[in-house]
Design a protein around this ligand. Structure first.
Ligand SMILES: [Zn+2]
Length: 355
């Protein structure tokens, strides 16, 4: 396997620093398509958030998450590759696709991805089996893999997953109908990003924020780990998560937004509990900016309440749940209530009050 090049100063893979730029306005943008934003975000959060939503609403959501993710990735690949390129990909490009996926996995924190086998099963149907160790999210991996394969194959497939060991899965796509059809439309939210003036200390060689470079990038395992807390990070787009929340709300109703906020509040409180939270506005602003969650322009907190304004916001529901958790941890509260306004221009105002 060719070695992934890394920055000699900070150790971040060059693939990451070339393909993304961390702005001073709280946005991580793709270099090739600056309107397309990305996150550098705690990846354990993803599957645990969906498990938390299942707990709260008492209904399974996994199949909708996989379906939503597959639809987004299929549309993305179909947009990116012409029908002819997809046909060529069908004939000879699978290995190339798998190689690219495997390199991305190592650099972006998606785990160690490889092709296990492909061919025809006993019913004569085409299948492909991928193996993944340390997936950043099993559900997202299933959906992404399914969507990319469907775009290349030009027809629907089903996904079957087997857990073969702790943190290790085999995922098979085989021709067949989906278990659910989604009624909602694929929506994307776009607005002009506002400029910002966040001071991020950066690597002099590759330009990535030093805080990002302080994580441990293990290219064999495909993991990005905080050296002290051990929490894992991954680089992925917020649009996919937002699409999943929209689809969950379209399928399961109005209880979803509240359930997402509550699941996130519980999750963040659980993982962030401890002494590490004694920080001021400047570190909150930096903490949000290196994750690509927006530009913190107002932060006014007491033991009774917290008022926050973010420009260039994304992932509204998760951000509200996270701020609620920060408030409760910082103010030593067990419960709080929230109100928020997410404006179409990306400004998010959140008010949290102690209960
Ligand atoms: Zn660097």
């Amino acid at each position: 396997m060719p070695k992934l090049e890394t920055c000699e100063s900070c150790g971040v893979p060059l693939m990451v620093s070339k393909e993304q730029s961390w702005g001073d306005n709280g946005v991580i943008a793709q270099t090739a398509d600056p309107a397309h934003r990305m996150l550098f975000y705690e990846s354990d959060n993803i599957d645990q958030l969906f498990a938390g939503i299942e707990d709260i609403i008492g209904l399974p959501v996994e199949h909708i998450v996989i379906e939503s993710k597959a639809r987004e990735v299929r549309a993305y690949v179909e947009n990116m590759l012409s029908p002819l390129a997809r046909k060529a990909g069908r004939l000879m490009g699978t290995n190339m696709m798998v190689k690219r996926l495997s390199r991305m996995g190592r650099a972006y924190g998606y785990g160690d991805i490889a092709m296990e086998s492909r061919g025809k099963n006993e019913r004569g149907e085409e299948y492909i089996t991928m193996s993944v160790r340390n997936p950043h999210s099993v559900l997202f991996f299933c959906g992404e893999n399914l969507g990319a394969w469907e775009a290349i194959q030009g027809r629907d497939h089903k996904v079957v997953r087997d857990r073969v060991a702790e943190n290790e899965y085999k995922i098979t796509n085989v021709a067949g109908d989906h278990p659910v059809g989604l009624s909602g439309m694929l929506k994307t939210r776009n607005y002009e990003f506002k400029p910002g003036d966040i001071q991020l200390d950066r690597c002099e060689t590759c330009g990535v924020p030093l805080l990002v470079g302080s994580y441990r990038w293990d290219l064999d395992e495909g993991t990005i780990v905080h050296p002290e807390t051990g929490r894992r990070m991954a680089i992925f787009g917020p649009a996919g998560l937002e699409a999943v929340f929209n689809d969950l709300a379209a399928e399961l109703g109005d209880a979803i937004p509240e359930a997402v906020i509550e699941a996130q509040r519980r999750h963040v409180k659980e993982v962030m509990a401890g002494p590490a939270l004694a920080v001021g506005d400047a570190s909150y602003r930096e903490m949000l900016a290196i994750r690509g969650l927006g530009d913190l322009t107002e932060f006014d907190g007491s033991r009774e309440a917290l008022a926050v304004t973010l420009e260039n916001s994304c992932l509204t529901l998760m951000t509200v749940g996270m701020l609620q958790a920060f408030f409760e941890l910082g103010a030593g509260r067990h419960a709080s209530e929230y109100a928020y306004v997410a404006a179409p221009d990306g400004r998010l105002k959140v008010d949290i009050r102690a209960l």
